[in-house]
Design a protein around this ligand. Structure first.
Ligand code: AMP
Length: 291
C-alpha cells in the first residue's frame, strides 16, 4: 500500500493503475477507521477495483470548532486497517493540500441540505459537498462508496453527482453495527462506559419505531413512541427523531410508510451520534438510484 499526501501523487498513482487496465474504487473517510469503513473498502476491493481510501478530517464540515478539535485521530491503527483490508492507495492530504491559501470556491447543496443534519449543523453539507467534489476531482474514481449510516450525506452526494453530471457511480453500503445494535462510528470511542451502554437506546428506538410503522401505526404515533422510548433513557439529549421519505427526505404526506426512513440524532454525554433505519430496506436497491 502506498501512502501519499499531495494531490499530484494521487493522480500519478491512479493514472498508473488505469493504464494497467484497473477501474478505480474510492472510499472517502475522516479516519479513526472501524469495521464500518472496512466494509466499504471490502465492497470496493471485492469488485476488483484499484482501491483508494482518503483520510481527511475536513474542517469545512464542522460547524463547532470544539467538535473538530475532539475528533479522534488514530493514524497508525488506520494504516494497519488499510493494509489488512487490501487498500492500494491511502491518501492522507494535509489541510493545505485541500484548501491551499486563496481557496475560495464552495459547493452549495440545495434544500435537502438545510433540513435534519443541515438544520442542526449549519453549513455542514456545504463542507461535505465541497470536499467530496474536490476529492473526486483528484481521484477521478469510477465508483465511490458511502455508508447508509450517514443517510442524508449519501442523499446529498447522490444529488450533487446527478446535478453536476459527475462521472462516478455512488454506491451506498449497509450500516455495520455493534452486537447491541449501536451503529459503528468513530465518535463511539469518545463514549464513557456508562454513556456507551445508554447509546444502544438509539438503535433500539429506531427498531421500535420501524416495527410500529410496519404494524400500521400512523407516522405521528410511531414518532411519539420513539421519542418516549428515548426519554426513558437518562443522559440522552435528542436533537431530532424524524420519519421522512427515503428519496426526498421530506416529511411523509400520507400514512403509507413503506418508503420511510427513521432518522435520529442525539447528544449522549457530549458525544453527538446519528443513526437511521428504513422501514423497507429491500424496497429499492441501495446501490444506485435517485437521491
Ligand atoms: P466518516 O469517516 O465518519 O466520515 O465515514 C466515512 C464513510 O464511512 C462514510 O461514507 C460513512 O457513511 C461510512 N460509515 C461510517 N460508519 C459506518 C458504519 N457503521 N457502517 C457503514 N458505513 C459507515
Amino acid at each position: 500500500m502506498r501512502i501519499v499526501s499531495a494531490p499530484s501523487e494521487v493522480r500519478a498513482s491512479v493514472a498508473a493503475a488505469r493504464s494497467s487496465g484497473r477501474s478505480i474504487g474510492f472510499v472517502p473517510t475522516m479516519g479513526a477507521l472501524h469495521a464500518g469503513h472496512a466494509s466499504l473498502i471490502d465492497e470496493a476491493r471485492n469488485h476488483g477495483h484499484f482501491v483508494v481510501v482518503s483520510i481527511f478530517v475536513n474542517p469545512m464540515q464542522f460547524n463547532d470548532p470544539r467538535d473538530l478539535a475532539a475528533y479522534p485521530i488514530t493514524t497508525q491503527a488506520d494504516d494497519s486497517l488499510c493494509v489488512t483490508a487490501g487498500v492500494d492507495l491511502l491518501w492522507r492530504p494535509t489541510v493545505d493540500d485541500i484548501y491551499p491559501s486563496g481557496f475560495d470556491t464552495v459547493v452549495e447543496p440545495g434544500a435537502m441540505a438545510s433540513i435534519l443534519e443541515g438544520k442542526h449543523r449549519p453549513g455542514h453539507f456545504r463542507g461535505v459537498a465541497t470536499v467530496v467534489l474536490k476529492l473526486f476531482n483528484v481521484v477521478a474514481p469510477d465508483f465511490a462508496y458511502f455508508g447508509l449510516k450517514d443517510f442524508q450525506q449519501l442523499a446529498v452526494i447522490r444529488h450533487m453527482a446527478r446535478d453536476l453530471e459527475l462521472p462516478v457511480d455512488i454506491i451506498g453500503c449497509p450500516t455495520i453495527r455493534e452486537d447491541d445494535g449501536l451503529a459503528m462510528s468513530s465518535r463511539n470511542t469518545k463514549l464513557s462506559a456508562d454513556t456507551r451502554r445508554s447509546a444502544a437506546a438509539l438503535s433500539n428506538a429506531l427498531t421500535g419505531v420501524v416495527t410500529a410503522l410496519r404494524n400500521g401505526d400512523d407516522v405521528a404515533e410511531a414518532r411519539a413512541f420513539g421519542l418516549a422510548l428515548l426519554s426513558k433513557q437518562p443522559g440522552i439529549d435528542v436533537e431530532y427523531l424524524e420519519i421522512v421519505d427515503r428519496d426526498t427526505l421530506s416529511q411523509l404526506t400520507s400514512n403509507d410508510s413503506s418508503s420511510a426512513v427513521v432518522l435520529v440524532a442525539a447528544n449522549i454525554g457530549g458525544v453527538r451520534l446519528i443513526d437511521n433505519l428504513e422501514v423497507d430496506p429491500a424496497r429499492v436497491g441501495h446501490r444506485k438510484g435517485p437521491a
